[in-house]
Design a protein around this ligand. Structure first.
Ligand SMILES: [Zn+2]
Length: 318
């Protein structure tokens, strides 16, 4: 939702109401008074990690989120259209993330080695040791050292990706290129990475983004959510599912080794004695029939006898 003016943007409530007037003003000072994504005037001040994001505890428990969500570490000016597409949970149309993903992969790899060494020396579980994640200042300094940005930059460089042609309602083909050059952002890099990981599940992201970049993001996700750092809830749920999957696979292997293949067939199925003429057996498509034209009265009685007998004293309501 775009505000009607910069001053009203600062005073606006709604999704950006989590920010104080001072934080909103500071965001406009750092990021500019136009939409950070498309340069439309009079943007709203938006959250990168939403305050109702249900994944916040997961990221906090493994030390990825360590910043204050109500500060400029989590704020970005976006116009109404970009804000809507950025916040679209199932099919985002806009996303941004650090340009130098390899820096985050290397940082995490080194931090894992550090924690593993301490765990060995102290016998403290690795999951109990605090993880270190690049801050906005560290990512910015990395860019300065690599001469990718000037010392006066407000933050590190970020890739800006339009996953839909929503600018000007898609009436100006190619306009996205103008707003896709890397740009500096002042906030916490991990906040944008949260959004990038969410976008990894989108076929649009899969089709549009360079596979090398996509693979690096997937590698970073694998490093961040490793076995060493399972939050309690995920550890508990994994015990439920992983052994079961192994048992299932083992059972299938045993069946195959006994010379059988596929699921066990129901009585009569192997010989085609289903009571239904072959012409009414539908393969590869759905049918709305419950009782096909081939059913006899005896077939129906046999089919529903267990149901009728269990419902003798039961009158279903509509
Ligand atoms: Zn915009």
């Amino acid at each position: 939702m775009a505000a009607s003016s910069s001053s009203s943007s600062i005073a606006s409530s709604g999704p950006s109401g989590v920010f104080s007037a001072a934080t909103k003003s500071e965001t406009l000072r750092l990021a500019g008074t136009e939409c950070w994504a498309c340069s439309t005037r009079m943007p709203d001040i938006c959250q990168v990690v939403l305050n109702h994001d249900p994944q916040i505890p997961v990221w906090e428990q493994i030390g990825l989120f360590t910043f204050n969500f109500k500060t400029t570490h989590n704020s970005i000016p976006l116009c109404g259209a970009c804000h809507t597409e950025f916040d679209m949970p199932l099919d985002p149309g806009y996303v941004f993330f650090p340009t130098d993903i390899q820096y985050f992969i290397d940082f995490e790899s080194q931090d894992r080695s550090r924690r593993a060494r301490i765990a060995t020396e102290t016998r403290i579980p690795m999951s109990s040791l605090s993880r270190q994640v690049p801050t906005n200042e560290e990512y910015k300094q990395h860019g300065i050292d690599k001469k990718m940005i000037l010392p006066t930059a407000v933050g590190g460089r970020y890739s800006r990706v339009f996953l839909k042609q929503f600018l000007h309602n898609g009436e100006i083909p190619g306009i996205e290129k103008q707003y896709s050059s890397p740009k500096e952002w002042h906030g916490a890099p991990i906040a944008s990475i949260r959004r990038a990981f969410a976008a990894l599940g989108s076929p649009r992201f899969f089709l549009i983004v360079d596979p090398k970049i996509r693979n690096m993001l997937e590698e970073l996700r694998r490093l961040y959510f490793s076995d060493h750092d399972l939050p309690p809830e995920q550890a508990s749920l994994r015990v439920v599912y992983r052994p079961q999957a192994e048992t299932s696979q083992k059972h299938q292997l045993e069946v195959s080794s006994n010379g059988e293949s596929g699921p066990v067939k129901a009585k009569g199925e192997a010989t085609g004695q289903t009571g239904i003429p072959e012409s009414t057996e539908l393969c590869g498509e759905y049918t709305e029939w419950v009782l096909g034209p081939g059913f006899t009265t005896n077939d129906v009685v046999r089919r529903y006898e267990p149901v009728f007998s269990s419902l003798d004293s039961y009158s279903p309501t509509e």
